[in-house]
Design a protein around this ligand. Structure first.
Ligand code: DSN
Length: 409
C-alpha cells in the first residue's frame, strides 16, 4: 500500500473516476492487473542500455531474458520476423523509423492531422513536420481514402516514405495498394498500426506486415497492454537501422518494467478470448455508430470497419470542444476531433471521436450501445435545459454495473 497519503488519495480518485465513467476514448483501454503489476516490479530499478546480450550495464541477465521473451511473443503474435520492444511511446517509435530511413528535409507523404492522421505524421507543431518535408493526401468527400489521389500525389512529390495508419480513420486500410504505390514511386511504406494493432493481431483487419517495409504500434490501445510502443519489420537490413535508431539514436535506457508488461500483454492478446474481445469491439462500434445515425447524427464515412468512428456535429450546432466538455460533465469521455475540411481549428473542432475498446473490456455489448446512444443524444440535444448532476448519476448507476476487470478470460 502506498504510504504517501496525498499521492494515494489521487490514485484512488482516479480509480473511482475510471469506474464511474463511460470511456469512449478510442485510444484508451483497461490493462490487466498482471500488466499493471509487472510495471511496478523490481525491473523498474534496472538500467539496460543496449540490446539483449549486448548491454552497457552489468547485472542484465534477467533483463536479457525478459526482453528476449517479449520479442519472441511479439513476433509470434504478429507473425513477423523482427521486433524492437523498447520504444517508450508511439511518437518515439515513429521518430526512430524516420531517423533510420531518411535524413532531415527528406520528403514524406502521409494523411494530415486534420484528416485523421497523427501529430508524428508531419504536423507542423511536431518534430516530424519541423524536420522533414511532409506532403499530405486527404480523405475524399465521403471520408474515405482515395488511392488514385495518393498515387498521383506520390508520383508528383516522390516521397522517400509513405505513411499509412491513423488516429481517427474508421475504415480498413488497403496496405497492398499502399505498397503498390510505394513501389511505383520508390518509397518505403511505414504502417503505423497504433490504433488497430489489437484488431490486426486478431486477424480482423487486413495484414500490414506482408506489404510494409516497417510497422510501428503502441501497445495500450486495442492491444490492451501497457503504455508504450514496438517497431516491427520483415526486412533484416531495415530492422538493423531501426535498432541503431532506437538506441542509441533516439532513446537511452529502455523501461525494462514496461517491457515485462509488454511480454504479458503479447501473450494475453494471443488467445481465442482476445480474438472474441476484438470481434466485440468492432460489433459494438458498428452498432453504436448506427444507433447514433438513427438518432440524427452524421458519422464521417457513414460507419466504421474498426473500433472507432467520428461524429460530425454540424447538424446539432455544437462544436467538438463543447460536446466533449458537456459529455464529460455527465461522466462520458470522448475526444473532440476534426472532421474532413473542418472550418474549426483542432482545439475547437467540429466532431467527436468515439471508440469502443474500453467499454468492450468492461463487458458492454450491443444492448448497452443503444443505452449509450440514448445518453449521448439526450445530453447533446437537450443541452440548454440539462441537469448534468442528475444525468451524471444515471450514467454512474449504469456504468457501475460493469466492473473494470483485473483478469480477462
Ligand atoms: N493520442 C492518441 C490518440 O488519442 O489517438 C494517439 O497518440
Amino acid at each position: 500500500m502506498i504510504k504517501d497519503k496525498q499521492v494515494l488519495s489521487l490514485i484512488n480518485k482516479e480509480r473511482a473516476r475510471q469506474f464511474e465513467t463511460i470511456n469512449l476514448i478510442a485510444s484508451e483501454n483497461y490493462s490487466s492487473i498482471d500488466v499493471r503489476e509487472a510495471e511496478s516490479s523490481f525491473f523498474i530499478n534496472k538500467y539496460a542500455e543496449g540490446y539483449p546480450h549486448k548491454r552497457y550495464y552489468s547485472g542484465c541477465e534477467y533483463v536479457d531474458d525478459i526482453e528476449d521473451l517479449a520479442i519472441e511473443r511479439c513476433k509470434e503474435l504478429f507473425n513477423v520476423k523482427f521486433a524492437n520492444v523498447q520504444p517508450h511511446s508511439g511518437s518515439q517509435a515513429n521518430m526512430a523509423v524516420y531517423f533510420a530511413l531518411i535524413k532531415p528535409k527528406d520528403k514524406v507523404l502521409s494523411l494530415g492531422l486534420d484528416n485523421g492522421g497523427h501529430l508524428t505524421h508531419g504536423s507542423e507543431v511536431n518534430f516530424s513536420g519541423q524536420l522533414f518535408n511532409f506532403s499530405h493526401y486527404t480523405v475524399n468527400e465521403n471520408g474515405v481514402l482515395d488511392y488514385e489521389q495518393i498515387l498521383s500525389i506520390a508520383r508528383r512529390v516522390k516521397p522517400k516514405i509513405i505513411v499509412a495508419g491513423y488516429s481517427a480513420y474508421p475504415r480498413n486500410i488497403d496496405f497492398k495498394k499502399f505498397r503498390e504505390i510505394a513501389d511505383l514511386t520508390g518509397a518505403y511504406l511505414l504502417s503505423d498500426i497504433s490504433h488497430i494493432s489489437g484488431l490486426v493481431a486478431s486477424k480482423l483487419h487486413p495484414d500490414p506486415f506482408k506489404y510494409s517495409h516497417v510497422v510501428t504500434s503502441t501497445t495500450h490501445k486495442t492491444l490492451r497492454g501497457p503504455r508504450g510502443a514496438i517497431i516491427m519489420s520483415n526486412d533484416s537490413s531495415i530492422f538493423e537501422s531501426v535498432q541503431k535508431s532506437v538506441f542509441p539514436g533516439v532513446q537511452g535506457g529502455p523501461l525494462v518494467n514496461v517491457i515485462a508488461s509488454k511480454a504479458i500483454a503479447f501473450r494475453e492478446s494471443n488467445s481465442d478470448s482476445f480474438r472474441k474481445y476484438s470481434e466485440n469491439i468492432i460489433s459494438n462500434a458498428r452498432y453504436l455508430a448506427d444507433a447514433l445515425i438513427a438518432r440524427g447524427f452524421s458519422v464521417v464515412s457513414s460507419g466504421t470497419d474498426n473500433h472507432l468512428f467520428v461524429l460530425d456535429l454540424s447538424n446539432f450546432n455544437i462544436t467538438g470542444k463543447d460536446a466533449q466538455n458537456l459529455l464529460e460533465s455527465c461522466n462520458i469521455n470522448v475526444s473532440k476531433s476534426l472532421i474532413p475540411n473542418d472550418k474549426n481549428k483542432p482545439w475547437i473542432a467540429s466532431g467527436i471521436r468515439l471508440g469502443t475498446p474500453a467499454v468492450t473490456s468492461r463487458g458492454l455489448g450491443i444492448k448497452e450501445m443503444e443505452i449509450i446512444a440514448d445518453f449521448i443524444y439526450s445530453i447533446i440535444n437537450s443541452r440548454k435545459n440539462i441537469n448534468t448532476q442528475k444525468v451524471s448519476k444515471e450514467v454512474i448507476n449504469f456504468i457501475k454495473q460493469f466492473p473494470i476487470l483485473d483478469h480477462y478470460e
